[in-house]
Design a protein. Structure first.
Length: 459
């Protein structure tokens, strides 16, 4: 009987974003890692359950040791009981603190097998009341040990059972004083080979069943992962096609809009009265559509490589704030830039400026009329945070990540692409862009960048 057949290998499926390598898809260990983690969690459950059984077994060993007249057996039973109790408690604590890998699980199962065989030998061999425990141990071996170790441990269990049967057949006294008059002792002495054969069959059947369950679970998870990967691949292809189509449409619309705006400017020179007002409205709407198309192009086009150079973020923040002075005055607001005298980082100033433009415009639109917007440059031990704060209604906690998803916007005419593009540029620098709240309840957008030159004294 082939007790421990190896599971049929299914092709490993690379997860989205993995590097296929020059020779095709590279083996991906994510599925195997998930399987190992699941086995470790399940083994932790068995370890916890073992704590409920161990006190009963240890109590039995200590009781037999107390009534046993032979000094060597008394000492061996006491030591074994203590070792089992301490080992089970220590393993439970270790697993809770550090977890357990496949090697540690295999060694743990091997120790359990050895302890059981010793316990059986000290408490009567095939007549031992611990004999039924061998089925549970066979289950652990089949479910958690690796194939080579499982082969070895099952073989050890079978040889131990055969050895106990041979000892009983040759009238070697294994039964302690406490069990000398038990019916089990008489039965095992009269029928050692029958009992041994039944025990071996139980061990093989349980180990085989556990191994097949483990193989079925592994294959099911691999098939589910393969189906998920195929779904992600189709979704990615569909999204890429829509992105390319959106970019192409936006690019084709920009040129006609530029022509419309130019013609409207020419007509506005001669128009008067209502016609001039209508042409001014037309030009503003063309500008708004052009801004939306530019955001769509920024979102769909591949990220342009960075052109980093030492950049003073305080100077850059001041420049962007001055660019928005006109818009701020229209709303009766002011933009305050506070921070150190200088904070220099290695970054692409054009892209950081694009991020700040988006954040400051959003802050001005979110703030009530007459309320200020704050731009705070905050150096830290490993980087610089530029925080743009407004005094508006803020962003609800459950919406602070969704605002970075494409299409999510609180503006009636917004595209929902500005913040996703800004976060993408921040992460291209190795930083990030996150949303939080100010003590006054407004929104706080934090752009983090790595610091390469220490900031000078705060002004």
């Amino acid at each position: 009987m082939d007790v421990l057949n190896p599971p049929r290998e299914l092709p490993r499926v690379p997860f989205l974003g993995s590097d296929p390598g020059p020779g095709g898809p590279a083996p991906n260990g994510d599925i195997d890692r998930v399987l190992d983690e699941t086995r470790a969690e399940l083994f932790g459950f068995f370890v916890a359950m073992r704590l409920a059984v161990v006190p009963v077994i240890v109590g039995l060993l200590w009781w037999v040791a107390a009534v046993e007249p032979a000094p060597w057996r008394k000492l061996a039973l006491a030591v074994l009981g203590t070792a089992v109790l301490v080992g089970a408690a220590w393993e439970h604590v270790r697993l809770r603190r550090r977890g357990s890998g496949q090697l540690a699980i295999g060694l743990n199962v091997a120790v359990v097998v050895v302890a059981l065989i010793i316990g059986l030998g000290l408490t009567g061999g095939l007549a031992s009341p611990l004999l039924p425990v061998i089925a549970a141990v066979a289950l652990l071996v089949g479910a958690f040990a690796s194939r080579p170790m499982a082969w070895a441990l099952v073989s050890v269990l079978v040889m131990a059972v055969v050895g106990f049967a041979l000892a009983s057949h040759r009238a070697v006294e294994l039964v302690p004083e406490a069990f000398q008059s038990s019916p089990a002792a008489a039965f095992s002495t009269a029928h050692p080979w029958t009992l041994a054969a039944v025990t071996v069959l139980v061990v093989l059947a349980v180990a085989q069943g556990a191994r097949r369950l483990r193989r079925g679970y592994d294959n099911t998870l691999r098939r589910a992962a393969a189906a998920r990967e195929e779904s992600l691949r189709l979704y990615t292809e569909h999204t890429r096609a829509l992105t390319l189509l959106s970019g192409a449409i936006a690019h084709e619309l920009k040129n006609p809009l530029a022509s419309v705006k130019g013609l409207a400017a020419l007509l506005a020179r001669r128009a008067q009265g209502k016609d001039a007002e209508r042409l001014a409205i037309l030009r503003r709407e063309v500008d708004r559509i052009a801004e939306s198309l530019q955001e769509l192009l920024d979102f769909t086009r591949p990220a342009v490589p960075l052109e980093p150079r030492p950049t003073d973020l305080m100077f850059l923040a001041d420049e962007v704030a001055r660019m928005h002075e006109g818009l701020a005055r229209q709303r009766g607001a002011a933009i305050h830039v506070v921070g150190p005298a200088s904070a220099v980082v290695e970054c692409d100033p054009r892209k950081v400026e694009q991020i700040l433009v988006n954040l400051i415009q959003n802050a001005l639109e979110a703030s009530p009329a007459g309320r200020p917007v704050w731009v705070r440059v905050e150096p830290g031990p490993s980087g610089v945070t530029i925080a743009v704060e407004d005094e508006g209604d803020g962003i609800p906690v459950d919406e602070r990540e969704r605002v970075f998803e494409p299409g999510v916007t609180g503006k009636p005419a917004g595209t929902g692409l500005g913040l996703p593009v800004a976060r993408g540029l921040a992460r291209q620098h190795g930083g990030d862009l996150v949303a939080s709240a100010t003590p006054r309840g407004g929104a706080r957008m934090e752009l983090s960048l790595r610091l390469t030159v220490a900031a000078e004294e705060v002004r």
